[in-house]
Design a protein around this ligand. Structure first.
Ligand SMILES: [Ca+2]
Length: 390
């Protein structure tokens, strides 16, 4: 496994909950987590992230200023409540009103441990009223600048930023601290988008995370930073089928497995009723973290292997990718990937951002290896930590 430093910006969300588990119980260090509005309002996605981190037993950071993270803690911040320009939109049909519909076993927001988690990364002056910090990305951005500065100054490994909700917080980072992001972020990995040839899930061409804040996605894609996209073309290949649920629930069934099963069962039900998926739900966000941990799971099989049964695999490629942001357009939220053809060969350019192929587009996934990675993490979570029963 990779040993990478990951930050997960998310909107939990059933599949975000799986991505969070993978990030926590791999050899990567989940440095921090931030919430964004999307599947549900940001207050709900933040509360869900706090409840999940507590349930999974993530270590608390030493305090609000803890940028060294010597003890391996995980920060948590609330990010943006609203998209940059568009009106907010949510997805209760898939995730329930609070983002984690039907999920059992998580500690409540009001509980002592979750409240500790909620406030651990905020300065004392903010900890005044209520159970949630203010819905502003300011504290997150301030911490990101401190964290990236510290890591650059101390030659620590670059951060991998995984975004499994809309890209609003990421866009704000790139606009506020472009120099720190370029020096201190290895790659931004997103779950989002539907390349040409793949139907969208919230419109013929639009995938939800991009549709929520297309301007933020455009800022990211146009920025000179490495971006990898796990879109619907690849996430719809990773269906959590009934045999996998059966494997998850093979006795002895820990409280962790019960909760994971409730996540996957609710998700399967809404995917069946809302989108007609009969076999099970796609685990979208899980793939973005899996790419960071084991990129070879996403290598493309290519023609030209020698001898019968020989296969050749190559890493996924970068293509020029743009986002449709125009209000009123039938293509609003579309991710237009300029795939090469025989009459329009691949452009030979280098660099990221506006200058050419700017997004690595995942196209295939070895699902057997993906599920092995997932179950390894479940087993590790069962052994190592075990969920906190509250
Ligand atoms: Ca998500």
């Amino acid at each position: 496994m990779s040993g990478k430093a990951i930050w997960l910006d998310c909107d939990p969300g059933h599949d975000d909950a799986l991505a969070l588990l993978l990030a926590l119980f791999s050899s990567a260090h989940l440095v921090g987590c931030s919430a964004v509005g999307g599947n549900a309002p940001v207050q709900a996605t933040f509360a869900n992230a706090a409840r999940l981190l507590t349930f999974y037993g993530a270590k608390l950071p030493d305090g609000p200023q803890d940028v060294a993270l010597a003890k391996g803690g995980t920060h948590l911040f609330m990010g943006s409540e609203l998209p940059l320009i568009k009106a907010a939109r949510f997805d209760p049909g898939i995730h329930g009103d609070d983002g984690l519909g039907g999920v059992v076993g998580l500690p409540e927001l009001e509980s002592e441990h979750v409240q500790q988690r909620v406030w651990a990364s905020y300065p004392p002056v903010v900890r005044s009223q209520g159970q949630l910090p203010p819905a502003t990305p300011g504290y997150l951005l301030r911490y990101w600048s401190d964290l990236l500065s510290y890591r650059i100054e101390h030659n620590l490994p670059k951060l991998t930023l995984v975004a499994t909700g809309s890209m609003t917080n990421v866009a704000l980072l790139l606009k506020a601290f472009p120099d720190l992001a370029e020096q201190g972020v290895e790659e931004v990995v997103i779950m989002g988008g539907a390349p040409p040839g793949t139907r969208g899930n919230r419109g013929a061409l639009a995938e939800f995370n991009i549709l929520v804040d297309p301007e933020a996605a455009a800022i990211l894609f146009n920025h000179p930073i490495r971006v990898t996209m796990a879109g619907l073309n690849v996430t719809h290949q990773a269906i959590f089928r009934p045999d996998l649920l059966k494997r998850l629930l093979t006795p002895p069934v820990s409280p962790l497995r019960k909760t994971l099963a409730s996540i996957l069962t609710f998700f399967a039900d809404t995917y069946r009723t809302e989108f007609g998926f009969q076999e099970g739900p796609p685990v979208h966000d899980l793939l973005a973290v899996a790419w960071v941990l084991q990129p070879e799971i996403f290598f493309n099989e290519e023609a030209g292997g020698e001898g019968e049964g020989k296969q050749r695999f190559a890493p996924p490629r970068a293509y020029e990718t743009r986002v449709e942001c125009a209000d009123g357009s039938l293509a609003l939220g579309a991710t237009v990937v300029d795939f090469p053809t025989s009459t329009a060969p691949e452009k030979v350019t280098t660099g990221w951002g506006r200058e050419g192929p700017n997004v690595v587009v995942l196209e295939s996934v070895a699902t057997d290896r993906l599920w092995e990675l997932f179950f390894q993490c479940v087993e590790r979570a069962d052994e190592e930590k075990g969920p906190r029963d509250e």
